[in-house]
Write a protein that binds this ligand. Structure first.
Ligand SMILES: Nc1ccn([C@@H]2O[C@H](COP(=O)(O)OP(=O)(O)OP(=O)(O)O)[C@@H](O)[C@H]2O)c(=O)n1
Ligand SMILES: C[C@](O)(CO)[C@H](O)COP(=O)(O)O
Length: 237
């Protein structure tokens, strides 16, 4: 792995404007506590460990009244942007807030607020592996279960999993390419659930870098105790 050009600039974008429907909590899941600290605080503390980030932009929901209470809300490296209807809209809004500050070739690492177990080691692995790549890519994990195609409660097929990987975050792309791809997807009214999909729609082939299996996304109630387990275990690594 060749040394990356450290003159490049890196930005982090954190989509944190979701409502957490699948969590079914009174509070948006990014503000639920794990080990006594809000999910989003854990996530931002992990990102702040990466000195290479010139800044971190957090996309917040219009109704978000929790942000000002967050310990890192006033951190000088952190700024906010208005979130949007879908995750992709929130990411694009955060990118637009960097217009005039970020250069087209600057790297942007988009990381879900809900992925609080991310490690600085995995972020650095992604940067080291793809820092000289023309396109960029994502952290991902191979699927280890047998996959079934289903219809009205019945299994209708078994899906070949040999070429199936699960996309994680961060997803790392050049500012200009990512902004263009997300704008184009929005103009074509194509809903993309991650940044790589938008680049793929442009005909690019993003790379993938194997990440840690504990980089889970808090989605359902049972994920909270699993995240606590992983965070506690990481303390002993
Ligand atoms: N309009 C949206 C929707 C989601 N997100 C963020 O994107 C990440 C991943 O999305 P997801 O896990 O789907 O979060 P929610 O949309 O909140 O969950 P749900 O689909 O259960 O409502 C989360 O950190 C979420 O806050 C966002 O910034 N803007
Ligand atoms: C971006 C992501 O975390 C990659 O797996 C995932 O697509 C987010 O999906 P969600 O439905 O917005 O949680």
């Amino acid at each position: 792995m060749t040394d990356i050009d450290l003159n490049q600039r890196f930005w982090a974008v954190v989509p944190a404007a979701g409502v957490g429907k699948r969590m079914g909590a009174e509070v948006p899941k990014q503000y639920l506590e794990v080990l006594g600290k809000p999910v989003l605080q854990h996530t931002l503390e992990r990102l702040l460990q990466i000195d290479a980030f010139s800044g971190i932009v957090v996309a917040l929901g219009s109704e978000d009244a929790y942000w000002p209470e967050l310990a890192c809300a006033t951190h000088p490296k952190i700024r906010t942007a208005p979130g949007g209807k879908e995750r992709a809209d929130s990411v694009l809004s955060a990118l637009m807030s960097l217009e005039g500050t970020a250069a087209p070739d600057d790297w942007v690492l988009v990381h879900d607020a809900a992925r609080l177990c991310i490690t600085s080691g995995d972020i650095q692995k992604l940067i080291r592996t793809l820092g000289n790549d023309p396109v960029g890519g994502i952290l991902a994990l191979p699927v280890t279960d047998t996959l079934k195609g289903v219809e009205t409660g019945e299994i209708i097929e078994t899906i070949d999993r040999s070429r199936i990987w699960r996309a994680l975050t961060p997803q790392m792309f050049r500012f200009g390419m990512l902004k263009h791809a997300l704008i184009d997807a929005a103009e074509r009214k194509l809903v993309v659930t991650d940044e790589a999909s938008a680049l793929e729609l442009q005909g690019w082939r993003p790379k993938f870098v194997e990440g840690r299996p504990d980089n889970i996304k808090i989605t359902r109630p049972e994920d909270l105790s699993l995240a606590a387990f992983y965070l506690e275990r990481q303390c002993y690594e």
